[in-house]
Design a protein around this ligand. Structure first.
Ligand SMILES: *Cc1c(COP(=O)(O)O)cnc(C)c1O
Length: 378
């Protein structure tokens, strides 16, 4: 694996001006794994698939991830217009779908100028489309609220909204879409009900269909349609309770042990004295903390990898460092590599220990450089 080391969020000129840092913490992004997961999503779904790269590709870097997928992705999905601009500025020419649609008519004009496809999910967005006949060739995705009750036209309003869009000569294409609230719960009837609701609301309307997010792709064959919109699965984190072994982790959050402490029985470790040694033990200090995005709330016992050995967090995670148990690992010490999550420490395990989901952990990674591997198209 050949690594390109410039922190991705900095322009090269800025990176050159950075003070030297030998802090060993980084997020390694495996672009081969990203492409593998995209192919898997496309193959499972059977149709075309937008690679969802909103929120800076769930913390992985939208531009490098989109560039890595440029040879095969059918398009990219972002949350809002400002997330589309860097992709176009980087020269990506694939369709870009704006999942939340536009916040104003000015945004709609700018989205059209960038050649983006826009979601229309409420009346003001529909009016903005109607009011701008000069935006020729618009590709509109009409969002149906099939049961999430967050965004989208109610089933009873869909036909009229569709009729109004179809009556706009500047609207080239109307695609029908919906979004699932509980597709990550295979035992819930909610997704089957949403699919049935969507089908009833759109029956006999022309146009392509898009239903499935990651969980829809993985667990709901009935949600296939023409376009999938996978996000989290591209990054190798399975949203379902039983992870699919075919997915590959894309991000490895890693650091090193940079100091070692011996504790005697009764010694308390770290803020709040949350861990008190009941026997002699050996603790490694690791150069990463909650300011880097590792969650502060995880308890003692949360898994980490030290060298090639399973170990655990001990004591409270602090802002810039955390502590791991080396008592049973006499061969590990200063310089040992520590994986906080990645191929060998599933992010879902860490997320569960933190009472959240992988999405939030990935989006919150910051302050560490991103290092891309597997860069050349494979
Ligand atoms: C974020 C998002 C997706 C991707 O969801 P995942 O669960 O990450 O696959 C798909 N569709 C819409 C409308 C979204 O907002």
């Amino acid at each position: 694996m050949n690594a390109s080391v410039a922190p991705s969020h900095l322009a090269p000129a800025d990176a050159a001006a950075l003070p030297v840092s030998d802090r060993p913490s980084r997020a390694v992004i495996d672009l081969d794994a990203l492409r593998h997961n995209y192919r898997l999503a496309r193959q499972r779904h059977g149709g075309r698939a937008f690679a969802t790269v909103k929120a800076d590709a769930y913390g992985h870097g939208a531009v490098p991830c989109a560039q890595a997928l440029a040879g095969e992705a059918d398009g990219f999905a972002v949350a809002f217009l400002a997330e589309a601009q860097p992709l176009r500025a980087a020269g990506l020419t694939q369709p870009i779908l704006i999942l939340e649609g536009c916040f104003s008519a000015a945004e709609l004009v700018a989205a059209h100028a960038l050649g983006c496809w826009v979601v229309v999910h409420h009346e003001a967005q529909l009016r903005a489309v109607e009011a701008h006949p000069e935006l020729t060739g618009l590709n509109v995705w009409l969002k149906v609220d099939s049961g999430m009750h967050r965004a989208g036209f109610a089933p009873a309003e869909v036909r009229e909204a569709h009729r109004r869009l179809a009556a706009c000569p500047h609207v080239a294409k109307v695609t029908l879409m919906t979004h699932f609230a509980r597709a990550d719960e295979p035992d819930s009837p909610a997704t089957a009900e949403q699919i049935a609701c969507f089908e009833a609301a759109t029956a006999s309307l022309p146009g392509e269909r898009s239903l499935a997010n990651s969980a829809g792709v993985l667990a709901w064959p009935a949600a296939r349609g023409d376009w999938a919109r996978p996000g989290i699965l591209l990054y190798g984190a399975d949203p379902l309770p039983v992870p699919d072994p075919a997915l590959r982790a894309v991000m490895t959050l890693e650091s090193e042990v940079f100091a070692v402490r011996e504790l005697q029985p009764g010694d308390a470790l770290g803020y709040g004295a949350r861990f008190v040694a009941d026997a002699p033990c050996r603790v490694g200090l690791v150069a990463i903390g909650y300011a880097d995005g590792y969650p502060r709330v995880v308890p003692t016992g949360t898994p980490v990898l030290v060298g090639e050995h399973a170990s655990r967090i001990v004591g409270r995670v602090s802002m810039d460092m955390l502590t791991v148990d080396l008592t049973a690992l006499p061969g590990e010490g200063i310089g040992s590599r520590v994986e906080l999550w990645g191929p060998q420490v599933p992010i879902n395990t860490v997320a569960a220990a933190a009472g959240t989901i992988s999405y939030e952990l990935l989006c919150h990674v910051r302050r560490v450089p991103r290092v891309y591997v597997g860069g050349a198209e494979g």
